[in-house]
Design a protein around this ligand. Structure first.
Ligand SMILES: [Zn+2]
Length: 216
């Protein structure tokens, strides 16, 4: 894909996530791996629904700025590209229900998805990465071990991150995570959460293993 097509793809992802209410004000950032050396990334401090192709920045994988004014949260993106060879697109957004779970249930280290077959089949698990200040090396470090294992994850008190080998996969991860968080929040407001039987959960996990690691 040439750089103009990649820029158009990034803008399309931004518009999609903004339409879903996941990118309020200047929140969130999207990046795209151009080649072995460089990524495209959205600019710092801008509303992602209002940016144009000329606003996108180019950055090396070692965090040297080639052009533009890249997102202040770029270390997180660079960590994913460095640790996940398959990553082509990285998306960071601020989905409401996903964040709310991490605020209301600070001891959780993953969403309680054992009641939802499509969550188990779609992403396997949705971990919650412990809080670190947005934009810091500490937050990027928090992803080092977890991002290679999980393509959709929650950043405590802050947002969520998803990645994939295509725009569609990265978007699927983000949509899946927030949809599951919303269903669980509604269910929890109605009564205690119930789980599927253990053998059914194990069968679903085996099925997921057979299907591969793609976010669905
Ligand atoms: Zn953020």
């Amino acid at each position: 894909m040439d750089i103009d097509a990649a820029k158009a793809e990034v803008l399309r992802i931004c518009a999609h996530l903004h339409g879903l209410g996941m990118l309020a004000a200047a929140d969130g950032n999207v990046s795209y791996r151009l080649n072995d050396q460089c990524i495209l990334i959205t600019p710092a401090g801008r509303n992602k629904r209002l940016i144009a192709a000329r606003d996108l920045a180019v950055l090396t994988l070692e965090n040297s700025i080639i052009s533009g004014s890249p997102s202040s949260e770029r270390l997180m993106h660079l960590k994913v590209y460095a640790t996940c060879a398959e990553a082509k697109v990285v998306v960071h957004a601020h989905p409401i229900n996903a964040i709310a779970w991490s605020i209301a249930k600070p001891k959780l280290n993953e969403l309680p998805i054992r009641s939802m077959p499509e969550a188990i089949l779609g992403v396997g698990a949705i971990p919650i990465v412990p809080y670190a200040r947005p934009g810091t090396e500490a937050l990027a470090q928090g992803l080092e071990k977890i991002a290679p294992m999980h393509k959709a994850l929650i950043l405590a008190r802050h947002g969520a991150l998803s990645w994939g080998n295509s725009a569609e996969e990265a978007i699927n991860g983000m949509e899946r995570l927030e949809h599951v968080a919303k269903v669980l929040a509604v269910a929890a407001s109605l009564g205690p959460l119930s789980e599927l039987p253990e053998d059914e959960i194990n069968s679903l996990l085996k099925l997921r293993q057979k299907m591969g690691s793609r976010s669905l």
